[in-house]
Design a protein. Structure first.
Ligand code: DQA
Length: 144
């Protein structure tokens, strides 16, 4: 089965309690289960991780590049300013889908810039947790 990493940046472990009006009531565990179940239906072996630590996220991106693993990434706030994360992602050796639960383009001005979008295969934003489901479908399509 094709392995896929679903990587999540800072504050996403707090889904369910964090600004539920923006991010919804589902928890991070709900998200992880949704991604794994979707992967199973699509023939993908999905591993879901979250970190608040930029260095750890960059190490996971290097691991994906070295092992040629496709990635679904919600970089959270790193989206808007982490050139270090962008430089790591530029080394990718497999498809990369940037995802967001909310639609950053419809929110505060600082969220309108993504420094990682330019090195992603594509971006899916604004569909709640379904953004991840759509991204996994896109990866399954790319692989077939
Ligand atoms: C987010 C949007 C970002 O602007 C924000 O910093 C997040 C979550 C989203 O999934 O909608 O932490 O990436």
């Amino acid at each position: 089965m094709n392995r896929v990493l679903v990587l999540n940046g800072p504050n996403l472990r707090r889904l369910g309690t964090r600004e539920p009006d923006v991010y919804g009531a589902a928890t991070f565990d709900d998200l992880a289960t949704l991604c794994r179940d979707t992967g199973q239906r699509l023939g993908l072996d999905v591993e879901v991780r979250q970190t608040d630590d930029e260095a750890e996220l960059i190490r996971w991106v290097h691991e994906a590049a070295d092992e040629r693993l496709p990635v679904v990434l919600n970089p959270a706030a790193f989206t808007h300013y982490s050139y270090a994360l962008r430089d790591a992602l530029a080394q990718r050796t497999a498809p990369l889908i940037e995802v967001h639960i909310s639609n950053p383009a419809a929110r505060e001005e600082f969220r309108h810039t993504s420094v990682v979008a330019g090195v992603a295969t594509g971006t899916i934003a604004g569909f709640g947790l379904k953004s991840y489901v759509l991204a996994l479908h896109a990866l399954a399509d790319e692989a077939s």
